[in-house]
Design a protein around this ligand. Structure first.
Ligand code: NAI
Length: 541
């Protein structure tokens, strides 16, 4: 099979950026070019402040994009360490060029690991023309009009990327679907490419869905549970799959799974649907716990010990968020409906319905904790991203919370460690609220203490580590001491009141502010990652 030397990736988002940066990092001999039509995004990828936050991503991108510090710097003529821009073999040694353009000759061959091999650009045509293999990583949102509105996946960006490839390509290409797409998209893609391509050019279409989880994208990519490669069974299909498999050079071979194209496409939708279904299932049980006095954390723990069930994605919370779960389940529902499998469609629809119910139930709990009125009170929302360790706010449950409590005429302060102010406003305004009206009663803070100052309630909507007990220390000797703490009342409302006159050591959110009366802990997009320390505290003075 053919060796891949140049890769293009269309779409420099949450998937294209990290995935192809890791591919470049792990394959110094492959040139990887990531293209996007969004100039601002590409500028950010080329800067020192990357457009998305993922733990460990800076190191991967800077290494592959800028080259690494020569590891054997004492072998250089000058003896100074330098960051390598280019390296080539010369006279049995290695000629290297520093980022400042300065050349050095190392007298012996150097295993540099990395000369820069990762590029970000808006120049789609040359990236496509040069590449042997092209990943399509564009967004595939839910359709907002026309046939399948609110359910079907909108393939307009995907199709436009494919058309561009057909227009530009003058040599054979392997096209890899990395975006999450409906079952059988590869077939339409191949037909579209073949109908529009330049004479003599052949395309092989593969499916290679991405399973990274935001917030742990880099470690998921470095150590994936599995890499799925779907191809057709022709010899050219199998050979293209083998070429792609080599690109995942760092992944143990037994974790690279070949399968037919349709299984591969469907596996991604199925995996997301199953993950979301676990969250909705545990959240539904949390409602029963609140009504009966059972403790959802105990129930979850007890169930998770069963090896057939397992502990992951089994923590109750405010409901799942993020750009994928809802969209992918709706896409599955649409598929089932198109196949006239209405019972199947209804089953998966209920997973989304349960999630909406949970978000609204949590809002009602906040109001109830504050004696059924929020008018004129100040509520602080800690965390706005849909889960910890990401700045992504798409479909975050925090939007629903803010929208619902805003309607109760309270003032709202928001603090999130990574979600940008601009992004938060955008998200809130997108959700139907007029920006001016919102700004009259909502403030976004960059300092957690300021955000909490004078709050009547602090709502923890995202499980960021910095909100967990140990990370927050009182500011100065005047730190507020509540007169009593009600413990064990979580987002899921297990009311086991244990009033005490002291904050247990290293405990509690109420210390961050001088006068809050209550701290209500929500959950997260991925409730399984809630740190144990913030599981079940509610404080009231
Ligand atoms: P994103 O919205 O962050 O990135 C998509 C990028 O594609 C944008 O920057 C956009 O400007 C660009 N784009 C769209 N059309 C283009 C075109 N014709 N030419 C050039 N650039 C174009 O989306 P994200 O989150 O990276 O998702 C991409 C796909 O991956 C989706 O199908 C999603 O379902 C899937 N996915 C997402 C995961 C996630 O955690 N975000 C995880 C696994 C899969």
């Amino acid at each position: 099979h053919k060796e891949v030397k140049k890769i293009a990736c269309i779409g420099a988002g949450y998937v294209g950026g990290p995935t192809c940066a890791v591919i470049a990092y792990k394959n110094p001999s492959i040139q990887v070019t990531i293209v996007d039509q969004n100039t601002e995004r590409i500028e950010a990828w080329n800067s020192t402040k990357l457009p998305i936050y993922e733990p460990g991503l800076d190191h991967i991108v800077f290494t592959a994009r800028d080259g690494i510090v020569a590891p054997l710097d004492h072998n250089l003529t000058s003896g100074k360490p330098m960051t390598v821009q280019l390296a080539s073999t010369m006279n049995g040694g290695t000629l290297i060029t520093g980022l400042d353009g300065h050349d050095e000759l190392c007298p012996r061959p150097l295993d540099l690991g990395h000369a820069p091999n990762l590029f970000f650009t808006t120049d789609m045509s040359s990236a496509i023309a040069d590449a042997d293999l092209i990943f399509i990583c564009v967004n595939t949102p839910t359709k907002d009009s026309g046939i399948g509105k609110d359910y079907a996946c909108d393939l307009k960006y995907f199709e436009s990327a494919a058309r561009k490839i057909a227009e530009i390509a003058v040599s054979d290409k392997i096209i890899v679907e990395k975006s999450t797409v409906p079952c059988k998209t590869a077939q339409s893609m191949r037909e579209l490419l073949e109908a529009n391509c330049n004479p003599g050019v052949r395309f092989e279409v593969l499916s290679n869905p991405e399973f990274l989880s935001e917030g742990s994208a880099v470690s998921d990519l470095l150590n994936p549970d599995r890499v799925l490669i779907g191809s057709d069974s022709s010899s050219t299909g199998v050979s293209a799959a083998a070429s792609l498999s080599d690109v995942y050079s760092w992944v143990p071979r037994n974790r690279i799974i070949s399968m037919n194209l349709w299984s591969c496409e469907l596996s991604k939708l199925a995996a997301n649907a199953l993950l979301a279904q676990r969250i909705s299932s545990i959240n539904s049980l949390s409602a029963i716990c609140e009504a009966t006095g059972a403790n959802i954390n105990e129930v979850s723990y007890a169930c998770g010990l069963d090896r057939r069930i397992g502990p992951h994605m089994l923590k109750a919370g405010v409901g799942f968020g993020g750009s994928c779960f809802k969209k992918d389940i709706l896409s599955l529902v649409y598929l089932a409906e198109s196949l006239h499998l209405s019972e199947v469609a209804d089953y998966w629809k209920s997973v989304v319905a349960m999630n909406e119910y949970q978000k609204c139930r949590f809002t009602r709990r906040i109001t109830h904790c504050l004696f059924d009125t929020l008018t004129g009170k100040k509520i602080t929302i800690l965390g706005f991203s849909y889960k910890k360790d990401t700045g992504d706010t798409r479909e975050t449950p925090a939007v629903t919370l803010v929208r619902n409590i805003f309607a109760e005429k309270c003032k709202i302060s928001i603090y999130d460690p990574k979600a940008s102010e601009q992004q938060i406003w955008l998200q809130l305004a997108e959700d139907g609220g007029k920006l001016e009206k919102l700004k009259s009663r909502i403030t976004i803070h960059h300092d957690i203490y300021e955000a909490c100052e004078g709050a009547d309630a602090i709502v923890v909507a995202t499980e960021w580590d910095e909100f967990s007990n140990k990370a927050i220390t009182p500011r100065g000797p005047s730190a507020w001491t509540p007169s009593s703490i009600l413990r064990g009342v979580s987002a899921n409302g297990n009311r086991s009141h244990t009033p005490t006159n002291q904050i247990p050591q290293g405990e509690t959110f109420s210390r961050v502010a001088p006068t809050p009366t209550i701290a209500i802990l929500g959950g997260s997009g991925t409730p399984s990652r809630l740190p144990a320390s913030i599981d079940s505290v509610i404080s009231r003075n």
